[in-house]
Design a protein around this ligand. Structure first.
Ligand code: HEC
Ligand code: CU
Length: 349
């Protein structure tokens, strides 16, 4: 038999390890506990209310329990039977009424928020409408008012209400931007879920798929990039502008025949796959390879490196994704990576 001390010696390091692993999840921009917009703030408020009530209940119950256990413990030689309280109306009323009051305190603001947060802005002329379509394992963002489609990066103007209509092209996914708004399921079969949010401050907010959807579910990241209104207008104009194909004829031929069968740039190519217009201005390639020269991200590289890495074998980055390895010569691979790494949208100042 292990004695208690030996058991503790084994459990403590395990607990410590778990604590470290769990805190590693607290990446700054991926926490609902650091809300960055009004919707997330309202949701965080409900969490705080619920947790406060629970803490009060736990503290009071434990205090009373300890007091009773110690104060009324059986003393040596005491053979009397304690006073029986079974069927005591006064006590029963007390322990029924207190939870009811607590539930009302919790329930009223919760129900209020449920209605408040389910407001439909999809017909509001002031709101920016975005149709979100989830795919294994990427996000498509369509702006019907501007006739635009983009992927992986949802660019929004600060301060405006963003009205989301979300659906899935394949399996069930869930659209979640922890620091801006709670999640909604994206359903297959034409069933549309709506939500709204806004970001008062400029910045890049990390989004995640929050519904297990296949082997690369954990890599199904996206970004929400909030920019000021003027930059947003420039972004829209830049995305609508025509895009030149690669200048080198061999690279152009490979790109048109092997890539534009699926992808689109400008008004050329197929609309069903991630639109590559302005890909070099996005924060990442494939939503997961962060474009950076910062050594902090040891696994990442420049836009060119990430494009090269992705195109040479997407399955190594995101197993099971819908692109698969495209056969290219080294020259085509380099030429296409270079061409795409120069597809920049000039909209930020
Ligand atoms: C069969 C259709 C198909 C073909 C052909 C194809 N792709 Fe893709 N591509 C996809 C899909 C699907 C994704 C999204 C994968 C994911 O992230 O899950 C993708 C993603 C990408 C991305 C990342 C997009 C983003 O938004 O970050 C790049 C870059 C890309 N493809 C480049 C190319 C190039 C270059 C070629 C030609 C050599 C090519 N693709 C050929 C289907 C295709
Ligand atoms: Cu998923």
């Amino acid at each position: 038999m292990m004695n208690r001390w030996q058991l503790m010696k084994r459990l403590v390091p395990l607990m410590a390890l778990m604590a470290i692993v769990l805190t590693a999840c607290g990446r700054e921009d991926l926490s609902a506990l650091r809300p960055q917009g009004p919707v997330a703030e309202e949701q965080f408020g409900l969490m705080k209310l619920a947790i406060s009530i629970m803490v009060v209940v736990v503290v009071v119950v434990f205090a009373i329990s300890f007091y009773v256990i110690i104060r009324y413990r059986r003393r040596p030689g005491d053979k009397t039977i304690p006073k029986q309280v079974e069927g005591n109306h006064k006590l029963e009323i007390i322990w029924t009424v207190i939870p009811i009051i607590l539930l009302i305190i919790l329930g009223v603001p919760t129900v209020q928020s449920v209605f408040n947060l389910s407001k439909d802005y999809s017909k509001d002329p002031e709101a920016v409408k975005v149709i979100v379509t989830s795919h294994q394992y990427w996000w498509e963002f369509e702006y019907p008012e501007y006739g635009l489609k983009t992927a992986q990066e949802l660019v929004i103007p600060t301060g405006k209400t963003i009205s989301i209509e979300a659906k899935s092209a394949d399996v069930l996914h869930s659209f979640w931007i922890p620091s801006l708004a709670g999640k909604i399921d994206t359903n297959p079969g034409g069933n549309i879920n709506k939500m709204y949010f806004s970001a008062p401050n400029e910045g890049v907010y990390l989004g995640k798929c929050a519904e297990l959807c296949g082997p690369s579910h954990g890599l199904m990241d996206f970004k929400v990039k909030a920019v000021d209104g003027a930059s947003f207008d420039r972004w829209v104009a830049a995305l609508q502008a025509p895009v030149a194909l690669p200048a080198d004829p061999a690279v152009k031929e490979a790109f048109v025949n092997k890539c534009l069968v699926c992808h689109a740039v400008g008004d050329q190519g197929g609309p069903a796959y991630p639109n590559l217009t302005g890909i070099a201005s996005r924060e990442s390639v494939g939503g997961i390879l962060v474009n950076t020269d910062d050594p902090k991200y040891a696994n990442e590289g420049s836009v060119y490196d990430n494009l090269y890495r992705w195109i040479s074998d997407p399955d190594l980055v995101k197993p099971g994704n819908g692109m698969g390895k495209v056969e290219l010569t080294e020259q085509e691979l380099e030429g296409i990576s270079k061409y795409l790494s120069e597809l920049k949208l000039d909209y930020e100042q």
